[in-house]
Design a protein around this ligand. Structure first.
Ligand SMILES: CC(C)(COP(=O)(O)OP(=O)(O)OC[C@H]1O[C@@H](n2cnc3c(N)ncnc32)[C@H](O)[C@@H]1OP(=O)(O)O)[C@@H](O)C(=O)NCCC(=O)NCCS
Length: 173
């Protein structure tokens, strides 16, 4: 199911057959540098299964596959994630991760702008956040380009240092 279309990208539901494309994302140490590290193929299959059987039916959103229209290739994910407790309140995060071959082309910004607008205009969410490692300058730039600003830090269990919380409220709120 296609959720969004931008000039160069489609965002659609993931399917089980996206495992090879997502192995290229989750299996790359550079892509996973700010995250939980490289993941196995079994982990990727379970992640896809969770999208299909939990996130989409329960929330109506989740990580969506980012497809480069020209090559018809899945290049990563961009989507929305529910967090029940971020510094004591429930939040919805915009999350994104692209295969390294597709960095530096403006794709993350293009996808994030579309997901942000979908979150506000279609899902009527009051606000969106992005939780970002302070060293992840590319991701911070993407968040800033989407109009998000630094609000706070968050320290999750198992972290060695806090993430930064970037936020944007629905226009007019
Ligand atoms: C973060 C990520 C999604 C950015 O994807 P991208 O498609 O290359 O981003 P864009 O091309 O839209 O670039 C957005 C901005 O960041 C800047 N940028 C990109 N990489 C950068 C880097 N390594 N250092 C500094 N700035 C960088 C770009 O120049 C651009 O800003 P500008 O328009 O002012 O020049 C990509 O690097 C990625 O997947 N990283 C690994 C996963 C990850 O960290 N995800 C985020 C977790 S919070």
């Amino acid at each position: 199911m296609v959720i969004l279309e931008t000039e160069r990208l489609l965002l659609r539901h993931f399917y089980r057959f996206d495992d090879q494309a997502m192995n290229r994302v989750f299996g790359d140490a550079e892509v996973m540098r700010y995250g939980d590290g490289v993941q196995t193929e079994a982990w990727v299959r379970a992640w896809l299964q969770n999208c299909l059987e939990h996130d989409y039916p329960k929330w109506g959103f989740g990580p969506w596959a980012v497809v480069e229209k020209q090559r018809r290739e899945v290049i990563g994910y961009c989507g929305l994630f529910y967090f029940p407790d971020v510094n004591g309140r429930p939040e919805i995060e915009i999350g994104y991760r692209l295969a390294r071959a597709f960095w530096g082309k403006g794709y993350a910004t293009e996808a994030v702008l579309a997901v942000r607008d979908y979150g506000f205009n279609v899902l009527c969410l009051p606000r969106l956040i992005a939780m970002i490692d302070p060293g992840n300058v590319a991701s911070i730039r993407v968040a800033e380009k989407a109009g998000m600003h630094y609000e706070d830090e968050v320290m999750f269990e198992g972290y060695t240092h806090p993430d930064r919380v970037y936020v944007i409220a629905r226009p007019g709120r």
